[in-house]
Design a protein around this ligand. Structure first.
Ligand code: GAL
Length: 680
């Protein structure tokens, strides 16, 4: 589990799909020449190559792949070798139809598309393992092999009889073979939904049972677990083939179907694919803040090592509703943002535009017309810049604050009937808090509830509706040890089975810790607003929307720092703080607007002894550290020049200039300033 990526340069590369071009030898040759020109040093190879690798059942053809890997390595380019399980050849589905998924309506897919195999099918698992093991035997000791890229963007769910039976088996284990335990946790006494046996339980088909939150949540948990289990069999096959090279799989940003914290535990390197919709309705800087949140999420999956940006587009994707080009300069900023946030690589999908099929107009490094164009030049520039940053490799972002994000919580909110039906706004709320940290240059990790809190000084718990056994005790200890916590509306309403906590919200010890109780919660119509007047040292007002809890103060040590101004609950508390020793529990009972979140956080940072940075508008800041060297990244997403105040005596790794204090940051510019700090 401890294999690390062995690289002393920031990776710069792409998904390389030469299997499209095997009949075009000139193009293959040209590819290597252009890769060198663009400073490419790594490629993800063979991601969807199954029909080239095993064109007929049991007939393996690896020589073309070896030839390409050899050529790449001769040019100094590493390979991240993929297992090709993300798409199946036609012969495979014909021979093993159980590999094709059954959808929510009970209908089996026909052959086609990709990322749609049944994760349970033993036949499919067997075929995949066999191929993976052979690939590992063949290429495991290739000097160019850097990393295994397991499958591609795992996701989706299957409702076939095999999955249904495996779900039942998973439930039997979870509920110790005791159907009454399941009945109690799923509250099946409502609507006469009692089960007599596990055999009566189905997955939540579209035309079947889909009204029990516990059932729906367990299905999500099972699907996620089964996907991780599938991935584990792939990793085992690689190891059985004798390769100990590190493994990764590419995560899909904030994809809702897999608990990425769980999946991370099986991986040596976290990598992800980032395709923001630049230049849309929100500002470029806001898109950047949301992307920084996603980077922090990936970083938090394995905080002890850098992650990788596995895919991004150098120009435009093809699957957004409208696909807008990244304006000049944005690609450089987005690439260096990934590095600033802790990535040791910037890679693209894909190297060369496909001539036909689904992704022929997706942005790529090399266009149908060739490489004499803006995009290729911008990619080349990024390659040059990353080469100047090789010393940054292996350094880490060290945050004093963390946000707790939990997939079970996300799923519980999704399935809870009531409040706002279509989208409870969990991710949005996390992003709102995260953006306030980014705007003020305060680094924030995104971590799981299971992680060690003691590394941090401040924890933010947006909309943590579902809490798990042991969480309250852990939080209490964190606060008693001097930690600061910000909880929000909907905190601790349900237990891990989605049953409401009896005795009021936030449930159990949380009420006492925060010193408040939410007597009721109001959900507002989209255009409704209430206003909050701050007090107790915080000045001004802000507006709130969506959710307003009606709080009672339970403890004389709980101080009110803001109250509603309107509606029948005008005058009731919204913002509170309870000190516990040197620690502190803050509570925000409503969804605050941007100004409100910022006012609250300013007070929290001050209290926790954390210093926000004074950053010009549209400037993003991050810091990575390795030993006694700090790397300060400043990124100007704005359209005008800005002035920044970095620490004295730094060296700009990109320009080579020595920087001794305040300096200009032109529009769309990036500075990476190296600071040597004294060992003490
Ligand atoms: C990713 C996928 C790639 C490619 C890309 C297009 O999600 O892994 O194979 O399809 O999207 O943006």
């Amino acid at each position: 589990m401890n294999q690390q990526l062995k690289t002393d340069r920031i990776l710069h590369g792409c998904d390389y799909n030469p299997d499209q071009w095997l009949d075009y030898p000139d193009i293959l040759e040209e590819d290597i020449r252009l890769m060198r020109k663009a400073h490419v040093n790594s490629v993800a190879l063979g991601i969807f190559s199954w029909s080239r690798l095993e064109p007929r059942d049991g007939e393996y053809h690896f020589s073309w792949l070896r030839e390409i890997m050899d050529r790449l390595w001769a040019a100094g380019i590493h390979t991240e070798l993929a297992t090709p399980s993300g798409a199946r050849p036609a012969w495979l589905d014909a021979a093993y139809p159980e590999a094709m998924r059954v959808s929510k309506n009970g209908q089996r897919d026909r052959h086609g598309r990709r990322h749609n195999h049944c994760m349970t099918s033993t036949q499919y698992r067997h075929k995949v393992s066999e191929l993976d093991r052979r690939l590992a035997e063949e290429f495991g000791s290739h000097p160019g092999l850097l990393l295994w890229h397991i499958s591609n963007e795992f996701g989706g769910e299957c409702y076939c009889p095999l999955c249904a039976e495996k779900f039942r088996e998973w439930l039997r284990q979870r509920y110790h073979n005791d159907i009454d335990q399941l009945n109690a946790k799923w509250w099946t006494s409502f609507w006469s939904h009692h089960y007599d046996s596990f055999d009566q339980i189905d997955p939540p088909f579209a035309h079947g049972e889909d009204s029990i939150q516990g059932h729906l949540l367990d299905w999500r948990r099972f699907t996620s677990w089964n996907t991780v289990d599938f991935m584990r069999t792939e990793i085992e096959a690689i190891r059985a083939g004798g390769s100990q090279a590190p493994v990764t799989t590419n995560f899909m940003s904030l994809y809702n179907g897999i608990d990425y914290h769980q999946m991370s535990r099986e991986l040596n390197v976290i990598s992800w694919d980032s395709y923001p919709a630049w230049h849309g309705e929100e500002s470029v800087f806001q898109t950047a803040c949301n992307t920084a949140f996603e980077h922090a999420m990936m970083r938090g999956c394995r905080p002890d090592r850098p992650f990788l940006l596995m895919e991004s587009t150098p120009s435009l994707p093809n699957w957004h509703q409208r696909n807008k080009l990244k304006r000049p300069g944005i690609h450089r900023l987005a690439s260096l943002q990934a590095t600033a946030c802790g990535s040791d690589g910037v890679q693209y999908f894909q190297w060369r535009k496909s001539r036909g099929a689904e992704e022929q107009f997706h942005g790529a490094v090399v266009d149908h017309a060739g490489a004499d164009n803006r995009v290729f030049r911008e990619v080349t520039e990024v390659g040059e810049l990353l080469e100047k940053l090789s010393t940054v490799c292996g350094s880490l972002v060290r945050s004093q604050a963390a946000m707790v994000f939990d997939w079970d919580n996300r799923w519980a909110l999704d399935h809870t009937s009531g409040l706002i039906q279509d989208n409870k706004g969990y991710v949005d709320c996390c992003q709102e808090y995260y953006s306030a940290f980014t705007r003020n240059g305060v680094e924030l990790d995104v971590i799981s509830v299971e992680d060690d809190f003691s590394r941090y000084r401040l924890l933010v718990l947006p909309m943590l509706f579902l809490t798990k056994p042991g969480f309250e005790e852990k939080l209490e200890k964190f606060i008693q040890d001097g930690g600061h916590v910000v909880g929000t509306f909907l905190l601790g309403y349900v237990d891990e089975s989605t049953l409401c906590r009896l005795g009021g919200f936030p449930g159990g010890r949380l009420k006492e810790l925060f010193g408040v109780q939410a007597e009721e919660i109001d959900t507002l119509y989209p255009d409704d607003r209430n206003e909050v007047a701050f007090e107790g040292g915080i000045e001004g007002t802000c507006s709130v929307r969506d959710y307003c809890e009606l709080l009672n103060i339970l403890d004389e040590n709980t101080q009110v720092l803001g109250r509603y101004r309107q509606d029948f609950y005008a005058g009731r508390p919204v913002i509170t703080r309870k000190r516990i020793g040197s620690g502190c529990a803050w509570y925000a009972a409503a969804r605050l607007d941007r100004a409100g979140v910022e006012k609250l956080l300013y007070a929290v940072w001050q209290d926790a002894g954390m210093e926000p940075k004074v950053l010009p508008e549209n400037v993003e800041y991050h810091c990575r550290q390795k030993g006694n060297v700090r790397y300060h990244f400043y990124l100007n997403w704005g359209d005008t020049a800005a002035k920044i105040q970095p620490p004295a005596n730094t060296t700009d790794l990109l320009s080579g200039e020595v920087c001794s204090g305040g300096t200009a940051l032109p529009r769309h510019a990036v500075r990476v300033l190296q600071e040597i700090i004294s060992p003490h």
